[in-house]
Design a protein around this ligand. Sequence first.
Ligand code: 4AD
Ligand code: MG
Length: 452
Amino acid sequence: STKLRVSEALTGAEVGADVKVQGWVRSVRSQKNNIFFHVNDGSSLKSLQVVAGAEMNDPLLTFGSAVEVTGILKKSPHQKQPVELEAEQIRVVGGCNPVDFPFKIKERHSLEYIRQLPHLRCRTNAFSSLLRIRSEATAAIHSYFKDHGFVQIHTPIITSNDCEGAGELFKVEPSGPDFGDDEEFFSVPAFLTVSGQLHLEVMSGAFSRVYTFGPTFRAENSQSRRHLAEFFMVEAEISFTESLKDLTKVMEDMFRSATERVLARCVEDVDLFHRHVTPGHRDTVEAMLNKSFPVITYTEAIDILNRSSEKFTFPTDWGCDLMTEHEKHLVKHCGNVPVFVTDYPYDLKPFYARDNQDQPRHTTAAVDLLVPGIGELCGGSLREERLDLLMARLKQVGLEDNYSWYLDLRRFGAVPHGGFGLGFERYLQCILGVDNIKDVIPFPRFSHSCLL
Ligand code: 4AD
Ligand code: MG
């Protein structure tokens, strides 16, 4: 017999063949003469129905158990299931006591409930769909960059700089008998990266277009639905970028291209979210893809907030940071589609953002992409490539000693350049309508929680 994945068996192409299928039991039903059960192996949301004679029943064949079934694939009389497997042999590979197993047959468990079981939640329909979508979205993003001439760079996880200057760093230190308390392993303080941007800026000076897609770490104390201590970021850096328009085009194209591919290739998995988790979200996503994303300046955004009748918790004076409540309002104001906000106050953005040199409201060429339900999805900017201005800025923030290499990039063949970072988990929340960021990453890490 040929070994088949459940997804292959379900195509119907192998009807009549003698096959072997391996997976986990998703439902069992016994009748007088027959038993029916479904096998899922993670290759698709759908499971394969197995039909067997009652004499083949095994007390260990229960919901959650692991099985190997050999038999003949048959065309099924039921519309919903085009094929079924007529079992000739059933082997229970690993039993699963239904009393102890935390998932119960035919029950729909909430995302909150399954979140408490990080070692088992991939056995549920919702979370296995999520992880297949996450995998496809990852591939789609890599394809987008590959198709557009970007070189992927593996930026380091351990670094000695704080790119965002926000001080939300995790320190990296050795632990073990070989290292004294006062000894520094790297001879300098080292941290887990908060962003690969500075390393990408190095590489953009040789490859013009580079990107990275990997884990980033922030010691945020916030218990919000959109913050994690470990999250994945997609970052791109592009040389010879003269205006924010060049950047927003890449951000928008990438969003569109990845989303369209995920919708086309993960139809059933996405449907589970759009029908059962957040009914109606499909319309929101289609609206997002329907027209180009509006662009407003920070100053316009502040005007919109101040003209609105909504009472905000946080101030909306010019110069104040946009908070989630403000971001959500702006998205609604613009028709519940993603919206770019550009030209933030100079004092709100990190040292690398390019000075617009305007007065009296001093701004930088920075841009955020805000999306429905979440707020900030991407942050980016043109980078200050002018040596004198960059030196002055580093001095102002007290960093001039740490960044001589960064200044070198402005001395040796500097070009106007810019880039952005997209929070990958927030992206998944956005296209699927998932409320809590902890439900879109395999093993969430956040303050007071590092399970497994
Ligand atoms: O806006 P941020 O801080 O930008 C940067 O780090 C730039 N250096 C990126 C660049 O230009 N190369 O972070 C980028 C995005 C945010 O817009 C947000 O979507 C996500 O990363 N993000 C988080 N996602 C989950 N949990 C957190 N704690 C996050 N912090 C930022
Ligand atoms: Mg940001």
